[in-house]
Design a protein around this ligand. Structure first.
Ligand code: C5P
Length: 421
């Protein structure tokens, strides 16, 4: 379970409470389990512990100020919000909870919380009278109803000498609960096949045609599907990325190899996600020895490769198929055409080339326009790992909707295997 924290990006907010000293232990436990931690301290928190302590423990400078031009140029509140996979506020003071409830954005931590859409957990720490005050109780009720996770507090002896509820939960408990946030189970019991990376189309024994796909998005999608409880097969062209934990990896080179690897495995696949940048054409003839530069010009005749995504959907119409569309122009139009032409269930479209902004091939970030028959959705620019989790959440949702309508007899034909053509 704690391995779910591996490679997760956690913003740890520390507010003004004597329990701030325990935040150091939270950082260490998070890092022990492979998480990357960025600490944001409120001004009051720095009265209890120095930022230097948390800088040493997290391995990164601590973020303190909202209106600091140097900090904003490095990683400002929007970047921090975009960077995070989850936010944990430990300790969360009574004052912080009150301000979170009303949505203030007058310090860095509040602004990060407001600018983020990732899971937000708070670990209250305060005197027991403050915790049981109706104002605090009301704040907690409202925050909980908005989806804020409330970790603790524990009961026991308090720093003020009194006894009661209001002690911050122990760091190991907090870290355990945070790991559960990443255990969605949305794809539990399903088999997901993901294709990723480029393909290589041989010209001769030393040369090939290929493209700039890094495989990062497909690998992140495979990892996110595993995290959501699926059995995952990753059929990948040549990339320089580590295989995500728990994922079955099938390396291939050409589009034909990819087709041959995918088709027989589709028998028991529930969800197919085609994130590979498959070459549309390959040289008609592959020279058996290295082509010499004897001529001024050289012509290659290219022939069409099979469209793996379209073939999968044709042959296995019961599978939920998601395609990617990397476009340099007219994103929306091309995405809708692909949805229709390939007969798939969903298209994740993104910009490449000059229109890509911070995203596209090779980048660690991306933004996606998600299109399906009845709707569409914009997934904002974010690290690919985070975007992949969002994408998997939406795929799981649409899969459940389609599955339910199929089970109620909506479209029985779609569940009959069709011959390949
Ligand atoms: O038609 P286009 O290449 O833009 O479509 C992209 C989508 O189709 C991606 O999901 C890609 O993996 C898939 N594709 C495929 N086989 C091809 C070409 C594209 O599976 N030969």
């Amino acid at each position: 379970m704690l391995e779910r924290l591996s490679n997760k990006r956690i913003v740890l907010g520390v507010t003004g409470s004597i329990a701030a000293y325990k935040a150091g232990e939270v950082i260490r436990r998070l890092r022990d389990h492979g998480a990357e931690v960025r600490v944001v301290m409120t001004r009051a928190a720095t009265e209890f512990v120095t930022p230097l302590t948390f800088q040493a423990l997290s391995g990164h400078p601590v973020h303190e100020h909202l209106l600091d031009t140097r900090a904003e140029a490095g990683m400002g509140h929007i970047q921090l919000a975009r960077w995070a996979d989850a936010i944990l506020i430990a300790p969360a003071s009574a004052d912080f909870l009150a301000r979170l409830r009303i949505g203030r954005a007058d310090d860095l931590l509040m602004a990060v919380c407001l600018a983020s859409n990732v899971p937000l957990a708070v670990a209250p720490a305060m005197n027991h009278q403050m915790w049981s005050d109706p104002a605090t109780e009301d704040n907690i009720r409202v925050l909980r109803s908005r989806g804020v996770l409330i970790f603790g507090p524990d009961s026991g002896e308090q720093a003020c000498g009194e006894t009661g509820a209001g002690r911050m939960q122990e760091p190991t408990q907090l870290v355990g609960q945070l790991a559960e946030v990443f255990e969605t189970g949305a794809l539990a019991g399903l088999h997901v096949l993901v294709t990723a990376g480029p393909t290589q189309e041989a010209i001769d024994p030393v040369r090939y045609l290929s493209n700039h796909s890094s495989g990062k998005m497909g690998y992140a999608v495979a990892a996110a599907a595993f995290e959501a409880g699926a059995r995952v097969t990753l059929v990948s062209g040549p990339v320089c990325l580590p295989v995500p934990d728990g994922v079955q990896h099938i390396p291939v080179l050409s589009a034909q190899d990819m087709y041959d690897a995918v088709m027989p495995r589709m028998e028991d696949v529930d969800i197919y996600i085609g994130a590979a940048a498959v070459a549309d054409y390959r040289p008609e003839l592959v020279a058996s020895s290295k082509i010499k530069k004897d001529e001024e010009t050289l012509s290659l005749t290219l022939v069409r490769n099979p469209d793996i995504l379209a073939s999968v959907k044709r042959r296995y119409p019961a599978s939920f198929c998601v395609g990617f569309a990397a476009e340099t122009d007219n994103l929306e139009h091309h995405a809708r055409s692909k949805l229709h032409d390939k007969g798939v269930d969903m298209i994740a479209a993104n910009w490449v080339g000059v229109n890509a902004g911070d995203g596209g091939f090779g980048s660690d970030e991306n933004a996606i326009r998600l299109v399906w028959r009845e709707g569409e959705l914009e997934l904002a620019m974010a690290p690919k790992t985070k975007l992949a989790r969002e994408l998997i959440g939406h795929i799981a949702q649409r899969y459940q909707v389609r599955h339910k309508s199929a089970l109620t007899g909506d479209n029985v034909l779609r569940f009959t295997k069709q011959p390949d053509n």
